[in-house]
Design a protein around this ligand. Structure first.
Ligand code: GDP
Ligand code: MG
Length: 538
């Protein structure tokens, strides 16, 4: 192969490509690759199929390739194909590969022939291929057909540009020989991004279709529109060959025969044809990777460094020193503790003016939400009166009592105290939720270490949950204590008589404006039930 020791470079980049594809396109790394560009029906798909020796690409009129296809060719004894989007499934039938490409294309673009820049990753293992990675891109077109968007031409152009503007991308510019080279879409777009022709490789297809008496000798000898990497001519299967199911092996033999027998190409026959193209691309890609590797390496390293810097902030992290690692880890955990405390207890530094911190939110729960919940406990006065009446009567039993019994009072009051349980428990739930949110917020600093973050969160949350149970027990106990003994001697205990006094005083205050409106409240007081009046007398 002439690239001894370099054979592993392409598989290495393949791995990177897969890794980046699986995490999305966000990574700002330009991997060395070859993008195939050309007008519609220039013969791009035919060239790729010839490499593999199999028919596996969707065919048809219009824009068939509507998503970039990252085609990784891997030299391997057993032949099969694999998609990144259904990893582990081995395709041995290449008809199925084609169907899967079509299905996967439609899955993203819908079936209205739209295009999408999200690539499909296909890996083909075959004894016929040399290690090579190519990206099949939509053919350039001028007119939108059917319900394609009107700006399809620009959309495709933009997509091609995304790939080929990158210095790390080799451009395989496919141009059919039966059209004027000056009009070649592929060469035009390549020239825009690579004006000196340093990373463009020319491929001339359909040499067999040239008008009698004309040939592409000047182009192929790199004289007409010179490119640093030159041109390679190929002859693919014609539509008739494809319809007649001419197999690719026979086509390759015919191609070889064509070059050997053609007077204009005979002298350069060993530099023409699909096998030579494949070999050249393999070599050029390998060299290209070798050339771009130092840059790639330093880019990767700088990304790694910036990641490590975060750790370094927690102190001189050295990846090779386990004690430092432990120290950094401890420091991060400690920092989490400090952050959490600051969130809850509040702190003078870095006061957030946009939203309330965890502690302030908890304060709000205690002083706004909880009282609100208490006020919300509605009691129906009528119902209460009825209950009081029942209680009094039940305490007296068969006798009609003279005084209102304490027992009735207790029974009613206890019932009211029990009602405190629900809002108290709710308050605890809300505070717990707030604590857990704060834990999350504080662990977000550990994002670069997902496992550490997960563990920290888990441990702290578990602890909070544990305390939740204890707190609830404690609060319920407190309420039970209040229930078990009602201290009527307590200074806060005002008694019914005092309560009534206060009530009347409050009502009078309110009654003044009401009387002005012609509404006497004194009258209303008169219609109290006899039971309640008894209560007041206490
Ligand atoms: P793409 O749109 O660039 O992918 O082009 P295709 O590979 O699908 O080819 C378009 C048409 O041109 C097909 O019918 C091919 O059979 C035909 N074709 C491609 N290359 C050649 C060639 O070298 N010679 C002949 N005779 N036909 C070709
Ligand atoms: Mg195609």
């Amino acid at each position: 192969m002439g690239n001894r020791g370099m054979e592993d470079l392409i598989p290495l980049i393949n791995k990177l490509q897969d890794a980046f594809s699986s995490i999305g396109q966000s990574v700002n790394l330009d991997l060395p690759q070859i993008a195939v560009v050309g007008g519609q029906s220039a013969g791009k798909s035919s060239v790729l199929e010839n490499f593999v020796g199999r028919d596996f690409l969707p065919r048809g009129s219009g824009i068939v390739t509507r998503r970039p296809l990252i085609l990784q060719l891997v030299n391997n004894i057993a032949e099969h194909a694999e998609f990144l989007h259904c990893k582990g499934k081995k395709f041995v039938d290449f008809e199925e590969v084609r169907a899967e490409i079509e299905a996967e294309t439609d899955r993203i673009t819908g079936s209205n022939k739209g295009i999408s820049p999200i690539p499909i990753n296909l890996r083909v293992y075959s004894p016929n291929v040399l290690n090579l990675t190519l990206i099949d891109l939509p053919g350039m077109t001028k007119v939108a057909v059917g319900d394609q968007p009107a700006d399809i031409e620009h959309q495709i152009r933009d997509m091609l540009m995304q790939f080929i503007t990158k210095e790390s991308c080799l451009i395989l510019a496919v141009t059919p020989a039966n059209m004027d080279l000056a009009n070649s879409d592929a060469l035009k777009i390549a020239k825009e991004v690579d004006p000196q022709g340093l990373r463009t490789i020319g491929v001339i297809t359909k040499l067999d279709l040239m008008d009698e008496g004309t040939d592409a000798k000047d182009i192929l000898e790199n004289k007409l529109l010179p490119l640093r990497r030159g041109y390679i001519g190929v002859v693919n299967r014609s539509q008739k060959d494809i319809d007649g199911k001419k197999d690719i092996r026979a086509a390759l033999a015919a191609e070889r025969k064509f070059f050997l027998s053609h007077p204009a190409y005979r002298h350069m026959a060993d530099r023409m044809g699909t096998p030579h193209l494949q070999k050249t691309l393999n070599q050029q890609l390998t060299n290209h990777i070798r050339d771009t590797l130092p840059g790639l390496r330093s880019k990767l390293q700088s990304q790694l460094l910036s990641l490590e810097k975060e750790v370094e902030e927690y102190k001189n992290f050295r990846p090779d020193d386990p004690t430092r690692k432990t120290k950094a880890l401890l420091q991060m955990v400690q920092q989490f503790g400090v952050d959490f405390e600051k969130c809850i207890e509040g702190s003078g530094d870095q006061v957030d003016t946009n939203e309330l911190s965890g502690g302030a939110r908890i304060n709000r729960l205690f002083h706004e939400r909880f009282p609100f919940e208490l006020v919300k406990i509605v009691f129906d006065e009528k119902e209460l009166r009825r209950e009081i009446s029942h209680a009094i009567k039940n305490v007296h039993g068969v006798r009609t009592g003279l005084f209102t019994p304490d027992l009735a009072f207790e029974a009613i009051v206890k019932k009211q105290i029990v009602k405190l349980k629900t809002p108290c428990l709710k308050c605890i739930d809300l505070v717990i939720q707030e604590l857990i949110n704060t834990v999350r917020q504080c662990t977000s600093k550990l994002n670069s270490y997902p496992r550490l973050r997960e563990e920290t969160e888990r441990i702290v949350t578990t602890h909070v949950r544990e305390r939740e149970g204890k707190t609830k027990d404690q609060v319920l106990l407190l309420i039970d204590i209040e229930l078990s003994y009602i201290n009527t001697n307590h200074e806060d205990f005002i008694g019914f008589a005092n309560a009534q006094q206060r009530n009347i005083a409050a009502n009078k205050k309110r009654a003044v404006p009401n009387q002005l409106a012609g509404l006497g409240e004194a009258q209303e007081e008169k219609v109290e039930s006899p039971d309640l009046q008894k209560c007041h007398q206490l």
